[in-house]
Design a protein around this ligand. Structure first.
Ligand code: ADP
Length: 247
């Protein structure tokens, strides 16, 4: 009997900041084509978990296996190359470029070996830009300057800039913060489209949105798992209710 192969296997992960364990002996497993949502009160360690996976923060101990590769000893840029994409809360789009150019520049070949931004006029790149633009609802905005997009459209563009690199795991930090109701619904649709080829790991506070998208929810509290399972299961878990309502 072979052990199940997970896309991402986090095991006994711990990070100490001056003796304070922000993430404490944490283990969780993400499947292929899964939308996993991490919830938990402020300071629970959610952001630190994503920082550890993308290599921004180094683990004190434990392991992060991604497609069987150990990430804890890799540098950030090496982790990106294994297929891990991370979107931060602050947009990093180029305001003075068009939607098309923002996507084109994010295509893996769009950067020269010296890290300078270069434009390629390759038809394969153009096709991929159109494909991603369609996915992120910006097909008719390709020639629009990015600074003219709505807040929600800018968030999608940034997701598109990661998607064009075709990551196997996409990590998003509060993707619908500040979005309108219709933009939230479209973001849920977007996530459901893109997991055909990958998994998504999301930090989210908006419980309605969590309910809409999560296959499975991991509730963090003080750097550890308080509860895990379907939204219905964790919502009804007395431990979760106690932490959220403070009874
Ligand atoms: P969350 O995202 O769930 O709100 P964080 O992961 O941001 O929580 O933080 C978890 C805890 O770790 C907090 O108490 C925070 O102050 C602490 N922390 C996070 N990063 C650092 C750091 N670089 N140095 C010291 N403490 C940190």
């Amino acid at each position: 009997h072979q052990p199940k192969e997970f896309l991402l296997a986090v095991e006994a992960l711990t990070v100490s900041f001056d003796g304070f364990k922000a993430v404490n002996d944490l283990s969780f497993y993400v499947d292929e084509n899964e939308i996993r949502v991490i919830i938990g009160p402020n300071g629970a360690g959610k952001t630190t978990v994503l920082d550890l996976i993308c290599g921004k923060t180094k683990a004190t101990s434990g392991s992060i296996q991604f497609r069987g590769k150990e990430l804890t000893r890799m540098k950030e840029n090496e982790i990106v190359k294994t297929g891990v994409g991370r979107k931060f809360q602050n947009p990093s789009i180029y305001d003075d470029l068009t939607v098309f150019e923002n996507l084109e520049i994010s295509y893996p070949r769009g950067r020269s070996v010296f890290g300078a931004l270069t434009f390629t006029r390759d038809s394969a790149v153009r096709d991929r830009v159109h494909e991603v633009a369609e996915m992120i609802f910006l097909k008719d905005k390709l020639n629009k300057s990015a600074d003219l997009l709505s807040h929600g459209q800018k968030q999608w563009l940034e997701i598109g800039m990661l998607l064009i690199q075709d990551p196997d795991l996409l990590m998003l930090d509060e993707p619908v913060a500040g979005m309108s109701v219709s933009e939230r619904a479209k973001t849920a649709e977007l996530l459901n489209r893109i997991i055909k080829n990958r998994s998504v790991l999301v930090i989210e506070h908006d419980m309605k949105f969590v309910e809409d998208i999560a296959h499975k929810v991991t509730v963090l509290h003080q750097g550890q798992i308080l509860s895990e399972g379907t939204m219905e299961k964790v919502q009804n878990d007395p431990k979760v209710i106690e932490v959220y309502l403070g009874h």
